[in-house]
Design a protein around this ligand. Sequence first.
Ligand code: SF4
Length: 231
Amino acid sequence: MLISEIFYSIQGEGSLTGVPSVFVRTSGCNLRCRWCDTPYASWQPEGTERTVAEIVEEVQSHPASHVVLTGGEPMVAKGIHELAAALKTAGKHITIETAGTIAPEGIACDLASISPKLRDSTPDHRMINPGWVEKHERLRLQPDVLREWLTAYPFQLKFVVADAGQAGEIDALLEAIGLAVAPANVHLMPEGTTEEALHSRQEMLVDLCKQRGFRYCDRLHIKLFGNSRGT
Ligand code: SF4
């Protein structure tokens, strides 16, 4: 499968923030988010073809019990089910970071970290051809697929938020999913790839979390390492 990078770091987002983890970043994505912070794994997918055995061997060279399958969109990677199964057999805790647009189909997973994309993710026609704009809009929110993930695995729903007006979109999506989602499983994360950008949205997000009972989600890796590869 096409792998963009494998690295050992600490988890910077969500309920496992701070946990040392090996990140396996697959290359390729079925969306084209306007503000994507890993364009080398989505807009211009780069990487090296690796076998499942090679990936597992590299993961096991690090002293971590936690593995994060991320992207790009890991669920579009050929062989992702085999990789997850092999990591499970090796005794790893597996987090899958996905946009939740592709059904899990029984994939081995201990924490589904799902980041549905809100309206402001859609690129405009000046950025990419109209076919991709239409595809992104059609795929980005699929309540039926999200329901499958949420009923099959422990989960966190992570939303990238730039302004308070997006709370209505989140409410509408939760209603469309139709499950009783505990507010503490909904994480709001500031949009931005610099400390300044994150800081500028902090207060607005804290207020939103206090109003709704949602969880504030930091981006610790950006604070620690900046927006750089391999972190
Ligand atoms: S789903 Fe993730 S990897 Fe794909 S374009 Fe959006 S932000 Fe980038």
